[in-house]
Design a protein around this ligand. Structure first.
Ligand SMILES: [Zn+2]
Length: 242
Protein backbone atom coordinates (compact mmCIF):
# COMPACT_ATOMS: atom_id res chain seq x y z
CA UNK A 1 0.00 0.00 0.00
CA UNK A 2 2.75 2.41 1.00
CA UNK A 3 4.79 1.96 -2.19
CA UNK A 4 1.64 2.24 -4.32
CA UNK A 5 0.84 5.53 -2.60
CA UNK A 6 4.41 6.82 -3.01
CA UNK A 7 4.31 5.91 -6.67
CA UNK A 8 0.99 7.70 -7.19
CA UNK A 9 2.34 10.70 -5.30
CA UNK A 10 5.42 10.83 -7.56
CA UNK A 11 3.23 10.48 -10.65
CA UNK A 12 0.96 13.32 -9.52
CA UNK A 13 3.89 15.56 -8.66
CA UNK A 14 5.41 14.76 -12.05
CA UNK A 15 2.10 15.71 -13.62
CA UNK A 16 2.03 18.97 -11.68
CA UNK A 17 5.22 20.14 -13.31
CA UNK A 18 4.69 18.70 -16.76
CA UNK A 19 0.91 18.80 -17.11
CA UNK A 20 0.80 20.80 -20.30
CA UNK A 21 3.92 19.43 -21.93
CA UNK A 22 3.18 15.73 -21.39
CA UNK A 23 -0.51 15.68 -22.11
CA UNK A 24 -3.24 18.03 -23.02
CA UNK A 25 -4.76 19.76 -20.03
CA UNK A 26 -8.04 17.96 -20.70
CA UNK A 27 -6.49 14.47 -20.65
CA UNK A 28 -4.46 15.34 -17.59
CA UNK A 29 -7.53 16.23 -15.48
CA UNK A 30 -9.45 13.27 -16.80
CA UNK A 31 -6.63 10.95 -15.82
CA UNK A 32 -6.07 12.51 -12.39
CA UNK A 33 -9.59 13.34 -11.22
CA UNK A 34 -12.56 12.71 -13.49
CA UNK A 35 -11.85 9.04 -14.17
CA UNK A 36 -11.75 8.56 -10.38
CA UNK A 37 -15.09 10.39 -9.94
CA UNK A 38 -16.65 8.15 -12.61
CA UNK A 39 -15.25 4.93 -11.14
CA UNK A 40 -15.76 5.53 -7.39
CA UNK A 41 -18.47 8.21 -7.18
CA UNK A 42 -19.58 7.07 -3.72
CA UNK A 43 -16.17 7.18 -2.01
CA UNK A 44 -15.79 10.00 0.56
CA UNK A 45 -12.69 11.25 -1.30
CA UNK A 46 -14.61 11.53 -4.60
CA UNK A 47 -17.49 13.30 -2.86
CA UNK A 48 -15.14 15.85 -1.30
CA UNK A 49 -13.38 16.45 -4.65
CA UNK A 50 -16.78 16.99 -6.29
CA UNK A 51 -17.66 19.48 -3.58
CA UNK A 52 -14.42 21.43 -4.12
CA UNK A 53 -15.12 21.55 -7.86
CA UNK A 54 -18.74 22.63 -7.37
CA UNK A 55 -17.86 25.35 -4.86
CA UNK A 56 -14.98 26.70 -6.95
CA UNK A 57 -16.94 26.80 -10.20
CA UNK A 58 -19.97 28.33 -8.52
CA UNK A 59 -17.84 31.02 -6.80
CA UNK A 60 -16.21 31.76 -10.18
CA UNK A 61 -19.64 31.97 -11.83
CA UNK A 62 -20.85 34.52 -9.25
CA UNK A 63 -17.63 36.52 -9.61
CA UNK A 64 -18.03 36.64 -13.42
CA UNK A 65 -21.61 37.78 -12.90
CA UNK A 66 -20.46 40.57 -10.55
CA UNK A 67 -17.99 41.84 -13.17
CA UNK A 68 -20.66 41.70 -15.86
CA UNK A 69 -23.13 43.67 -13.71
CA UNK A 70 -20.47 46.22 -12.71
CA UNK A 71 -19.83 46.75 -16.43
CA UNK A 72 -23.57 47.32 -16.98
CA UNK A 73 -23.94 49.74 -14.05
CA UNK A 74 -22.51 52.77 -15.86
CA UNK A 75 -24.32 52.03 -19.10
CA UNK A 76 -27.90 51.85 -17.68
CA UNK A 77 -29.74 55.00 -18.75
CA UNK A 78 -33.10 54.57 -17.00
CA UNK A 79 -33.53 54.59 -13.22
CA UNK A 80 -35.57 51.34 -13.00
CA UNK A 81 -32.94 49.50 -15.05
CA UNK A 82 -30.16 50.94 -12.92
CA UNK A 83 -31.95 49.82 -9.73
CA UNK A 84 -32.62 46.36 -11.17
CA UNK A 85 -28.92 46.03 -12.05
CA UNK A 86 -28.00 47.15 -8.53
CA UNK A 87 -30.35 44.54 -6.98
CA UNK A 88 -28.81 41.77 -9.09
CA UNK A 89 -25.33 42.98 -8.19
CA UNK A 90 -26.06 42.77 -4.44
CA UNK A 91 -27.52 39.29 -4.94
CA UNK A 92 -24.44 38.12 -6.88
CA UNK A 93 -22.13 39.55 -4.18
CA UNK A 94 -23.99 37.69 -1.42
CA UNK A 95 -23.80 34.45 -3.40
CA UNK A 96 -20.11 34.96 -4.15
CA UNK A 97 -19.04 35.68 -0.55
CA UNK A 98 -21.18 32.77 0.64
CA UNK A 99 -19.35 30.44 -1.76
CA UNK A 100 -15.98 31.82 -0.60
CA UNK A 101 -16.90 31.06 3.03
CA UNK A 102 -17.95 27.51 2.07
CA UNK A 103 -14.68 27.07 0.18
CA UNK A 104 -12.69 28.17 3.20
CA UNK A 105 -14.50 25.53 5.29
CA UNK A 106 -14.02 22.81 2.67
CA UNK A 107 -10.27 23.50 2.29
CA UNK A 108 -9.66 23.67 6.05
CA UNK A 109 -9.45 19.88 6.36
CA UNK A 110 -6.23 19.77 4.31
CA UNK A 111 -2.93 20.03 6.14
CA UNK A 112 0.06 21.49 4.34
CA UNK A 113 3.65 21.35 5.45
CA UNK A 114 6.02 24.13 4.49
CA UNK A 115 9.61 23.35 3.52
CA UNK A 116 12.59 25.00 1.88
CA UNK A 117 13.94 23.89 -1.45
CA UNK A 118 16.69 25.29 -3.62
CA UNK A 119 18.36 24.89 -6.99
CA UNK A 120 20.58 27.04 -9.22
CA UNK A 121 17.68 29.43 -9.78
CA UNK A 122 17.40 30.21 -6.08
CA UNK A 123 15.92 29.21 -2.74
CA UNK A 124 12.17 28.89 -2.38
CA UNK A 125 9.50 27.86 0.06
CA UNK A 126 7.34 24.94 -1.04
CA UNK A 127 4.22 23.36 0.34
CA UNK A 128 3.90 19.61 0.71
CA UNK A 129 0.95 17.46 1.77
CA UNK A 130 0.89 17.16 5.53
CA UNK A 131 -0.81 13.77 5.43
CA UNK A 132 -0.06 10.50 7.18
CA UNK A 133 -2.32 8.27 5.13
CA UNK A 134 -0.91 5.82 2.61
CA UNK A 135 -4.32 5.42 0.96
CA UNK A 136 -3.88 6.32 -2.74
CA UNK A 137 -7.38 7.85 -2.87
CA UNK A 138 -6.47 10.26 -0.07
CA UNK A 139 -3.22 11.16 -1.89
CA UNK A 140 -5.29 11.78 -5.01
CA UNK A 141 -7.66 14.02 -3.05
CA UNK A 142 -4.74 16.07 -1.68
CA UNK A 143 -3.17 16.35 -5.13
CA UNK A 144 -6.48 17.58 -6.57
CA UNK A 145 -6.97 20.13 -3.77
CA UNK A 146 -3.39 21.34 -4.29
CA UNK A 147 -3.74 21.59 -8.10
CA UNK A 148 -7.10 23.35 -7.86
CA UNK A 149 -5.54 25.97 -5.57
CA UNK A 150 -2.73 26.40 -8.11
CA UNK A 151 -5.35 26.82 -10.85
CA UNK A 152 -6.75 29.86 -9.03
CA UNK A 153 -3.61 31.72 -10.08
CA UNK A 154 -4.47 31.24 -13.78
CA UNK A 155 -7.14 33.77 -14.84
CA UNK A 156 -10.25 32.05 -16.22
CA UNK A 157 -8.97 28.52 -15.58
CA UNK A 158 -11.60 27.58 -12.97
CA UNK A 159 -14.32 28.34 -15.53
CA UNK A 160 -12.96 25.49 -17.67
CA UNK A 161 -14.10 22.88 -15.13
CA UNK A 162 -17.60 22.04 -16.28
CA UNK A 163 -20.40 19.50 -16.14
CA UNK A 164 -21.09 17.99 -19.55
CA UNK A 165 -24.37 19.37 -20.96
CA UNK A 166 -25.36 15.82 -21.92
CA UNK A 167 -24.09 13.30 -19.33
CA UNK A 168 -23.49 15.82 -16.48
CA UNK A 169 -20.04 14.39 -15.75
CA UNK A 170 -17.14 16.70 -14.96
CA UNK A 171 -14.62 17.57 -17.64
CA UNK A 172 -11.99 20.20 -18.36
CA UNK A 173 -12.96 22.25 -21.41
CA UNK A 174 -10.20 22.58 -23.99
CA UNK A 175 -11.87 25.72 -25.40
CA UNK A 176 -14.06 28.40 -23.82
CA UNK A 177 -17.18 27.31 -25.76
CA UNK A 178 -16.89 23.52 -25.21
CA UNK A 179 -20.07 22.18 -23.58
CA UNK A 180 -19.70 18.41 -23.96
CA UNK A 181 -17.14 16.04 -22.50
CA UNK A 182 -16.78 13.99 -25.71
CA UNK A 183 -17.89 14.00 -29.36
CA UNK A 184 -20.24 11.13 -28.53
CA UNK A 185 -22.08 13.32 -25.97
CA UNK A 186 -22.23 16.23 -28.41
CA UNK A 187 -23.77 14.01 -31.12
CA UNK A 188 -26.27 12.43 -28.71
CA UNK A 189 -27.38 15.88 -27.59
CA UNK A 190 -27.71 17.23 -31.13
CA UNK A 191 -29.74 14.20 -32.23
CA UNK A 192 -32.23 14.73 -29.38
CA UNK A 193 -32.47 18.46 -29.95
CA UNK A 194 -36.03 19.24 -31.24
CA UNK A 195 -34.58 21.77 -33.68
CA UNK A 196 -32.32 19.18 -35.24
CA UNK A 197 -35.15 16.60 -35.42
CA UNK A 198 -37.47 19.11 -37.04
CA UNK A 199 -34.81 20.08 -39.60
CA UNK A 200 -34.20 16.41 -40.33
CA UNK A 201 -37.96 15.73 -40.72
CA UNK A 202 -38.32 18.67 -43.15
CA UNK A 203 -35.23 17.53 -45.04
CA UNK A 204 -36.59 13.98 -45.38
CA UNK A 205 -40.02 15.21 -46.51
CA UNK A 206 -38.97 18.00 -48.85
CA UNK A 207 -35.61 16.93 -50.22
CA UNK A 208 -34.72 13.31 -49.64
CA UNK A 209 -37.99 11.48 -50.43
CA UNK A 210 -38.90 13.40 -53.64
CA UNK A 211 -35.32 13.01 -54.85
CA UNK A 212 -35.38 9.30 -54.03
CA UNK A 213 -38.67 8.92 -55.98
CA UNK A 214 -37.19 10.81 -58.92
CA UNK A 215 -34.11 8.60 -58.94
CA UNK A 216 -36.20 5.42 -58.65
CA UNK A 217 -38.30 6.56 -61.60
CA UNK A 218 -35.35 7.39 -63.83
CA UNK A 219 -33.49 4.21 -62.92
CA UNK A 220 -36.62 2.17 -63.75
CA UNK A 221 -36.93 3.99 -67.07
CA UNK A 222 -33.30 3.38 -67.98
CA UNK A 223 -33.61 -0.27 -66.90
CA UNK A 224 -36.60 -0.63 -69.24
CA UNK A 225 -34.65 0.89 -72.13
CA UNK A 226 -31.60 -1.33 -71.74
CA UNK A 227 -33.17 -4.53 -70.39
CA UNK A 228 -36.88 -4.55 -71.23
CA UNK A 229 -37.45 -7.76 -69.20
CA UNK A 230 -35.38 -7.03 -66.11
CA UNK A 231 -36.98 -7.31 -62.65
CA UNK A 232 -38.72 -4.20 -61.32
CA UNK A 233 -36.61 -1.98 -59.11
CA UNK A 234 -33.36 -3.82 -59.79
CA UNK A 235 -31.48 -0.74 -60.89
CA UNK A 236 -32.58 1.45 -57.92
CA UNK A 237 -30.21 4.11 -56.68
CA UNK A 238 -30.32 4.94 -52.97
CA UNK A 239 -29.38 8.25 -51.52
CA UNK A 240 -27.23 8.43 -48.45
CA UNK A 241 -29.21 9.85 -45.54
CA UNK A 242 -27.60 12.54 -43.39
ZN1 LIG B 1 -20.70 13.86 -21.54
Amino acid sequence: MKSQSTELHARLIGHTHNATSRKSEQEFWDDLVFSFLRECPESPEAKRIEKLLSLLTSAQHHLDEIHRLLGNAGAEKSVPKFLENHRKLEQAKRAYYGAVRDLDKAFKRYRWRSFITGDLEGIRRKLGYGLQSANPDVVREYATADLLLEKLKEPGAIGRFRNCAECRQWFYAATSHQQFCTDACRRRNTARNPDFREKRRVYMRERYRPLQKELDKSSRASAKETRPNSAKGKGNVHLQTR
